[in-house]
Design a binder for this molecule. Structure first.
Ligand code: IPM
Ligand code: MG
Length: 358
């Protein structure tokens, strides 16, 4: 049986970190087949569109997608906006592939406890943010300018069905962990949040094995800094999830460490997903070998676990990342005194080596 992975390196540091992720997956097994395609600004420059039809087709023909990052300052003002990498490639891909469930774990690694901006044990966090990814204000219609450009309109829309399917994912994930969900909304103001809370409350009643509480988004932002250890699974809508997942990830000490999965409906009996680091294309350090490949490597581990049910391979990758960090190897973003500063490739090599040994 073949396991086909579409590889979309993208822009900035994307190609550098994805090369290491592919290297590490290859170290676990030779059963994975990789096929590359262009996406993002580089695709816009080459073809006039950030998500060329051939790239979308490759994703549809694959079991999973491993993506780097898209975007950069040179494409920020591309017109029309639908041709900008973020909207035309990333959001389009999420929507075209119905990747409605974005799963972003943020967990403190023992070896990096000092990297957290919160002091000592206080900074310990082990949360999974489950973010709705194909609805809400990111995709609401209309989105437009009125009055000769003097008024801007975005629209936030959610259906019960959309809330239900993402909440189901959160319940499933909570069951593999501490059985606790904090559902985050702004139900004191927004109608979409009131609908969200209604649906989640109803589901909580029929899933009594999981403890569900509700929290307003502003309070959640504060609680994450006050006492991050209180959270197990955070379930939330698209834009709140965007913001809270960045906050949660920083508490671990580095955006460069965190993986993510965006999952859609199953395909060929496998959970189809797009796996990518939480960090962006970091154009300021691109091409210098300074990027931290761990987020991309851990994203590949999530791919093995969720799409290919290869828990053994995923465990080996995750353990190898910890081992190499414990041995003191560091890229610049997580460098500490007495550690060894290494390049993107060197860190990837060391992790691949540990995978082979493990
Ligand atoms: C993310 C990013 C994207 C988002 C941007 C680049 C459109 O911030 O994946 O969190 O807002 O979803
Ligand atoms: Mg974001």
């Amino acid at each position: 049986m073949s396991f086909k992975v579409a590889v979309l390196p993208g822009d900035g540091i994307g190609p550098e970190v994805i090369a290491e992720a592919v290297k590490v997956v290859r170290a676990t097994s030779d059963k994975y087949e990789f096929e590359e395609a262009i996406i993002g600004g580089i695709a816009y420059d080459q073809t006039g569109h950030p998500l060329p039809p051939a790239t979308l087709q490759l994703c549809r023909d694959s079991d999973a997608v491993l993506m780097g990052a898209v975007g950069g300052p040179q494409w920020e003002n591309v017109q029309p906006a639908s041709h900008r990498p973020e909207i035309g490639a990333l959001l389009a891909l999420r929507s075209e592939l119905t990747l409605y469930a974005n799963v972003r774990p943020a967990k403190t690694l023992k070896s990096l406890l000092n990297a957290s901006p919160l002091k000592g044990d206080h900074g310990m966090i082990d949360v999974v943010v489950v973010r709705e990814l194909t609805g809400g204000i990111y995709f609401g219609e209309p989105r437009e300018r009125r009055d000769n450009g003097n008024t801007a309109v975005d629209t936030c829309v959610y259906t019960k069905q959309e809330v239900k399917r993402i909440a189901e994912q959160a319940f499933a994930i909570a069951r593999t962990r501490r059985h606790e969900i904090v559902s985050v909304d702004k139900a004191n103001v927004l109608e979409t949040s009131r609908l969200w809370r209604e649906v989640v409350t109803e589901m909580a009643a029929s899933n009594p094995d999981v403890k569900v509480t509700h929290m307003l988004v502003d309070n959640c932002a504060m609680q994450l800094v006050r006492y991050p250890g209180q959270f197990d699974v955070i379930l939330t809508e698209n834009m709140f999830g965007d913001i809270l997942s960045d906050e949660a990830s920083m508490i671990t000490g580095s955006l460069g460490l965190l993986p993510s999965a965006s999952m859609g409906p199953s395909k060929n009996g496998r959970l189809f997903g797009l796996y990518e680091p939480v960090h962006g294309s970091a154009p300021d350090i691109a091409g210098q070998g300074r990027a931290n490949p761990i987020a991309a490597i851990l994203s590949a581990a999530m791919m093995l676990r969720y799409t290919f049910n290869d828990n053994e391979g995923a465990d080996r990758i995750e353990e190898s990342c910890e081992k190499v960090l414990e041995a003191g190897l560091r890229t610049a973003d997580i460098f500490e005194k007495d550690c060894q500063l290494v390049s993107t490739t060197k860190l990837g090599d060391a992790i691949a080596e540990a995978v082979k040994e493990g």
